[in-house]
Design a protein around this ligand. Structure first.
Ligand code: HSE
Length: 437
């Protein structure tokens, strides 16, 4: 039975890094009581248990029940809000679905869940007259989702550019600051806990793709199929690329970009990019995240902060809980700005249709006519060269040529690159990186 009738009862699915942060953030909350906490292993030692037990005298709290039966949480009639901080899709999707069917509001920090099953879950939530809040699913502590949904709702958005993944931003920052290779910095990041033992979701750009898909769907009022988001990670980035970017006045970052084009299509993608040092995002360093939005009324706006971690993520989860509690306590109808209202799927621009400037690093033979041949091939494919530098004659008698192009369609530059790779004088196209202008 409930310990405090006036408080909104919450059930927590998961008590790991984020979950334990949420427990701390909600300690002694005036209007919220955590009734049950669902964990996989009841025998695991958990710091927060003693903190919760310490609440008992005088504070009007009794310790919540720890259970490994997660179904108990989503079906408890007293629980009004289910807070999902388990992560992953299995068994999370099934549990969240059951919770919604049992008329529970959802607060989740799970970007995979929202980006993959959002449309289905939002429809189900509407049918059951409950809400799903997911501020913590994108950029942990940065309040970007509800800012787009509510505070900036009068704007029509032109673009969103985000440094959405702390792990890769940490690695790129370390490579630059310490002149180290990708592999060394990845290992260091794993040792310090910034990167997972299996870092593939982060370094491949998948994590950023989930996040930009969620942001784009809110900003442009259309659903995004995650598989249609072009995604390229940082595995091929070398220290040389990073240092050359700096020399040319840019900084190399892994970015998620989304924009609505005049033909109604959404240009949405994740890839490494040179961004101008004058762009605020270039100063987003280490494990921090940053999101730049451009609205027709507000102009450009950048939010920077901690994109992960126990307490920053708990800040967003607890904010979402407060939002729901305010509605529940005052029997308000859900504010329509916080409810998913769009139902159609966006038409996504394919990467080959996008237009960018490009940085290229090409290793060639060092002899007369090489630059001329490259120039001819680029010219034949409408690629206009902005700058071209032959960096040095290497010990193996090859030359390293670096180039920046003017704006050109991706399909044109790819055609040119295919031809260049086959030219006799070319040893290797070492890297091609998009440049944000
Ligand atoms: N793995 C993510 C990152 C945090 O490195 O930013 C959770 O989304």
């Amino acid at each position: 039975m409930s310990k405090d009738k006036n408080k909104v009862k919450i059930g927590l699915l998961g008590a790991g890094t984020v979950g334990s942060g949420v427990i701390k953030a909600l300690q002694n909350h005036a209007f919220v009581e955590i009734k049950k906490i669902g964990v996989k292993d009841l025998n695991k030692k958990r710091e927060f248990v003693s903190a919760l037990n310490g609440n008992k005298p005088g504070a009007g709290h009794s310790p919540p029940l720890l259970t490994s039966n997660l179904n108990e949480i989503v079906s408890d009639p007293e629980i009004e809000i289910v807070v999902e901080v388990l992560g992953g899709l299995i068994p999370t999707k099934e549990l969240v679905t059951l919770a919604i069917k049992n008329k529970k509001h959802i607060v989740t920090a799970n970007k995979d869940l929202i980006a993959t099953y959002g449309p289905e879950l939002f429809d189900l939530a509407k049918e059951n007259n409950v809400q799903i809040q997911f501020e913590a699913s994108v950029c942990g502590g940065i309040p970007i989702i509800n800012t787009l949904k509510q505070t900036l709702s009068a704007n029509s958005f032109k673009k969103i550019i985000g440094i959405l993944n702390g792990t890769t931003n940490y690695i790129l920052t370390e490579m630059l600051n310490k002149n180290l290779s990708f592999d060394v910095c990845l290992k260091e990041a794993q040792k310090l806990g910034y990167a997972e033992p299996d870092p593939i979701n982060d370094i491949s750009g998948k994590d950023s793709a989930y996040k930009i898909a969620i942001l784009a769907s809110i900003a442009f009022h259309e659903r995004i199929k995650i598989d249609e988001v072009y995604t390229e990670g940082i595995q091929k980035i070398t220290l040389e690329d990073i240092l050359l970017a700096e020399e040319l006045g840019y900084r190399l970052k892994l970015i998620g970009v989304a924009g609505k084009e005049s033909d109604g299509k959404i240009d949405i993608r994740v890839h490494p990019a040179f961004i101008k040092k004058t762009n605020t995002l270039s100063s987003v360093l280490g494990a921090n995240n940053g999101v730049l939005v451009e609205g027709d009324l507000v102009g450009e706006l950048t939010l920077i902060g901690k994109g992960a971690g126990s307490m920053p993520t708990a800040s967003s989860v607890a904010g979402d809980i407060n939002l729901l509690v305010a509605q529940i306590s005052s029997s308000q109808k859900p504010n329509p700005q916080f409810v998913c209202q769009h139902t159609s799927f966006a038409k996504i621009k394919s990467i080959s249709e996008t237009t960018n400037c490009y940085f290229l690093r090409i290793k060639t033979e060092d002899k007369a006519g090489v630059v001329g041949q490259l120039g001819t091939i680029f010219g034949n494919h409408d690629v206009s060269i902005n700058t071209l530098t032959q960096r040095c004659t290497n010990l193996d008698n090859t030359a390293s040529i670096t180039m920046l192009t003017h704006l050109v369609k991706e399909e044109k530059i790819q055609e040119a690159i295919t031809e260049i790779k086959n030219a006799n004088v070319v040893k290797q196209v070492e890297n091609v990186i998009r440049v944000l202008e």
